[in-house]
Design a protein around this ligand. Structure first.
Ligand code: ZN
Length: 307
């Protein structure tokens, strides 16, 4: 019999009480029924942490958390303004083969106003603008905001859910996107509720994120992809839980399992020819809901609408 991984790794934890509050309750739903899912995950800082799982909301998360200062060096090391850096050729970025563009065209009219949360250098904000939206972005890092604005994008400095600038939350949107960013949010419920309030009634939410049950994590640390300051490692169950809770219904799930096919680091290849090959494999392996083993999918793309 093949055990589910969470059962194989799962072990009870000794509860510590500080006053009336359980110190190690789930940081997202405050449920006390949590357990150690995987031990000794090496962080980029060299330190290590255990990954916990909440039985109620199914989120995976590192505990104890690293604080922001521990990851600020990593954030600063991400280059946003290197010489020669430029956005992709727009015709390539918005080609019909780009799975995200395909989804955008299928699920939205690509008209009206869009917001990309955690837009970093503005790349997805740029794509949203090119397919037809009036696109805005919000991003916590100052140097990334400056870079995006220098490229003519309407990107504002701020973060969800606590520091959202008026220019961002004062508008209503037809599309809001969270591209590999929900894992850094420390209050998922509050963030998704805010997003729900900022969407027009027939507006669309687009989420892309790697998920915690991917085979990738059988041999790689949970910190290897998104750095030490991850708050949550999303699972398909946790996404379903929080979308239901905050007034969304899932319209479509797409995903990919291409990591098993690609040697680590291939995705970062800048070489034009190899880049094309990698893109082709990536696009080929984007699978529809019905064909994909969602639970083990490496990356999920979810579109949701307001209930
Ligand atoms: Zn929870």
């Amino acid at each position: 019999m093949h055990n589910k991984p969470e059962m194989a790794y799962g072990e009870a934890i000794l509860k510590k009480t500080i006053g009336d509050v359980m110190e190690d309750n789930c940081p997202f739903c405050q449920n006390s029924d949590v357990y150690i899912y995987k031990r000794d995950q090496k962080a980029r800082s060299g330190d290590s942490r255990s990954i916990y799982k909440c039985r109620k909301c199914s989120a995976l998360y590192p505990y104890p958390k690293f604080n922001k200062a521990e990851s600020s060096k990593h954030l600063l090391s991400i280059s946003t303004n290197q010489d020669g850096y430029k956005f992709d050729d727009p015709t390539r970025a918005v080609s019909h083969r780009n799975p995200l563009v395909k989804i955008l065209r299928k699920c939205t009219k690509c008209r009206g106003t869009a917001l990309d949360i955690g837009t970093f250098d503005g790349r997805f904000c740029f794509i949203l603008g090119t397919v037809g939206f009036r696109a805005y972005g919000v991003e916590p890092q100052k140097n990334a905001v400056e870079f995006a604005r220098k490229h003519g994008l309407e990107v504002f400095q701020g973060s969800f859910p606590e520091a959202v600038p008026e220019e961002v939350c004062g508008r209503k949107y037809d599309l809001i996107s969270l591209m590999e960013i929900l894992c850094y949010v420390d209050n998922i419920e509050k963030t998704l509720r805010m997003i729900n309030g900022m969407l027009n009634d027939d507006g669309c939410l687009l989420i892309k994120n790697h998920q915690g049950y991917s085979r990738y994590y059988d041999s790689n640390s949970y910190f290897s992809r998104y750095g030490d300051y991850i708050q949550c490692i999303l699972t398909i169950e946790s996404l379903r839980y929080y979308l239901n809770l905050t007034g969304f219904k899932i319209v479509k799930i797409t995903g990919e399992t291409s990591t098993d096919l690609l040697p680590l680091g291939m995705g970062r290849i800048r070489n034009a020819f190899l880049g094309k090959v990698v893109n082709k494999i990536y696009n080929f392996t984007m699978l529809e809901h019905t064909l994909l083993d969602i639970k083990r999918a490496d990356r999920l793309i979810i579109t949701a609408k307001k209930i």
